[in-house]
Design a protein around this ligand. Structure first.
Ligand SMILES: Cc1cc2nc3c(=O)[nH]c(=O)nc-3n(C[C@H](O)[C@H](O)[C@H](O)COP(=O)(O)OP(=O)(O)OC[C@H]3O[C@@H](n4cnc5c(N)ncnc54)[C@H](O)[C@@H]3O)c2cc1C
Length: 438
């Protein structure tokens, strides 16, 4: 924080997973002039974190870690502590364990890589009986054709995502954070710049769709996959969508399905136990993602642009049903009660992008969840607050730095170490049929 300003005004653009955690952390540190703008009422229907559940994996750095491993493991360590101990977050972590799996030799090599150096934490699963034993009898009735896997019984599980968002929101409001949510008052259309010749260019706030100019000492841009829409990230972000659907369970099924480990196949998809409110089982097919490449202005390069839709491509529905056929064929034909596409932003190295902008000194960017940003929610709040205060530990600062050099000539079609579907990044413009849900 600038020494002359003990309590600067802070504008947070996007009150989703990272924005809300940042608001909470800063308010806990005593900052009292925080405003969050969001285009939608809380919790935003387009927030990637507004979901029944998300996978959680614990971790901690070790002395042998490379810098890259250190950054990731240190983040895990900070987040794990919060999910266990912080009263705002702890009630939402269910440490039920996780089953990792793959079907092809290539996929299996990939999954085995996750166990290197900590083989003792995993039980090998080779036959369908091994997989079936990971859950109560009657849940996994499938044949698991060509599946191989590992079962990690502790230090992983799932998070009640929407519950954690609401909890952080309520605490932030209690501590005095102001929210302006919904269009037009909370919907940011543009950042505001100071460009006079006698001073350094800088960001001074944001303009919302009602024309209001929100001026602040600091601006934090945490608008998820949409951050790239109104600020030039120099190709560091690729808005990418994944797909999810819910299938309803009976009360008896719900009782049987309680406290299940997460089942994640890196090529087929995953599911987590049903949610307590609606008794629905969330299902995701695994794939390198969908883009929506559009050319917004003549002569410009095409960019992927997020849009909202409460349906999924029919091909995605088929993949989800194939996952069910392998694992729980008794559910494979059941109609879905909900479906949506869900956007996140991929960086080139899939490491988060959290830094003060090199040119606009009052702008902090916090984006690039890269499909793994929910479990790190409490840690990201701390990292963003440390970045704003200029006290972030050096190895994390280096890992999360503004790094456009990585994105020069970026291959938008890169799978970025993801498997599933046909092993290719897909585009919504090629989708001919969408599911009809409900
Ligand atoms: C299908 C799917 C499954 C996932 N599973 C997992 C998982 O199991 N575990 C895990 O750790 N991570 C998972 N992730 C990743 C995780 O959800 C994201 O990395 C994380 O939620 C990103 O947080 P965010 O704050 O950057 O974005 P968001 O949570 O999307 O927040 C962005 C916010 O910006 C707001 N906004 C957008 N435009 C504007 C505007 N113009 N003005 C004002 N506000 C605006 C939105 O309304 C939203 O509230 C998954 C992601 C997807 C898509």
């Amino acid at each position: 924080m600038s020494p002359s300003r003990s309590d600067p005004s802070i504008l947070i653009i996007g009150g989703g997973t990272w924005g809300i955690s940042t608001a909470l952390t800063l308010s806990r540190r005593g900052f009292s002039r925080i405003t969050v703008l969001d285009a939608h009422p809380f919790p935003s229907p387009i927030s990637a974190g507004n979901d029944v559940n998300k996978i959680m994996e614990e971790g901690a750095p070790s002395p042998e870690n490379t810098d890259e491993e250190y950054v990731w493991n240190r983040l895990h360590q900070i987040a794990s502590k919060a999910w266990h101990e912080d009263p705002v977050f702890a009630p939402y972590y269910h440490e039920t364990g996780i089953v990792y799996a793959a079907c092809s030799p290539e996929g299996w090599e990939h999954v085995k890589g996750w166990t290197v150096g900590r083989e003792g934490e995993f039980d090998l699963l080779e036959k369908k009986e091994d997989f079936r034993r990971t859950m109560p009898e009657g849940v996994l009735t499938g044949d698991f054709p060509s599946w191989q896997g590992f079962w990690k019984k502790s230090g992983a599980g799932w998070l009640f995502a929407r519950g954690a968002l609401m909890s952080a929101y309520k605490e932030a409001v209690r501590l005095g954070v102001k929210f302006t949510a919904g269009s037009p008052y909370g919907e940011v259309e543009a950042l505001l710049y100071r460009n006079s010749t006698d001073s350094q260019p800088d960001v001074t706030g944001a303009r919302t769709a009602d024309g209001f100019e929100h001026i602040a000492d600091w601006t934090i841009l945490s608008a998820g996959a949409n951050a790239d829409v109104f600020f030039d990230f120099e190709n560091q972000l690729r808005p990418t969508a994944w797909t999810l659907a819910h299938t309803p369970l009976t009360v008896e099924e719900y009782t049987l399905y309680k406290d299940l480990p997460v089942l994640f196949n890196a090529e087929r998809g995953f599911f987590i136990e049903p949610d307590a409110e609606k008794h629905e089982l969330k299902l995701c097919d695994e794939h390198p993602g969908y883009l929506n490449m559009v050319r917004e202005h003549e002569g410009e390069e095409e960019r992927s642009r997020p849009f909202a839709r409460h349906e999924i491509p029919e091909e995605s529905e088929q993949r989800i049903r194939a996952l069910l056929q392998d694992t729980m064929p008794h559910l494979a034909e059941r109609a879905f009660s909900f479906a949506r596409i869900c956007w996140d932003a991929d960086t080139v190295d899939r490491q988060f992008l959290i830094d003060r902008h090199p040119r606009y000194k009052s702008l902090v960017v916090a984006a690039g969840g890269s499909g793994m940003g929910f479990m790190m929610m409490p840690a990201v709040g701390k990292v963003v607050a440390d970045t704003l205060e200029g006290v972030l530990e050096p190895r994390l600062k280096e890992g999360f730095r503004w790094r456009p050099e990585q994105a020069v000539g970026r291959d938008w079609q890169s799978t970025q170490d993801r498997y599933g579907a046909d092993g290719k990044v897909m585009d919504f413009s090629d989708v001919r049929k969408w599911t009809h849900v409900g």
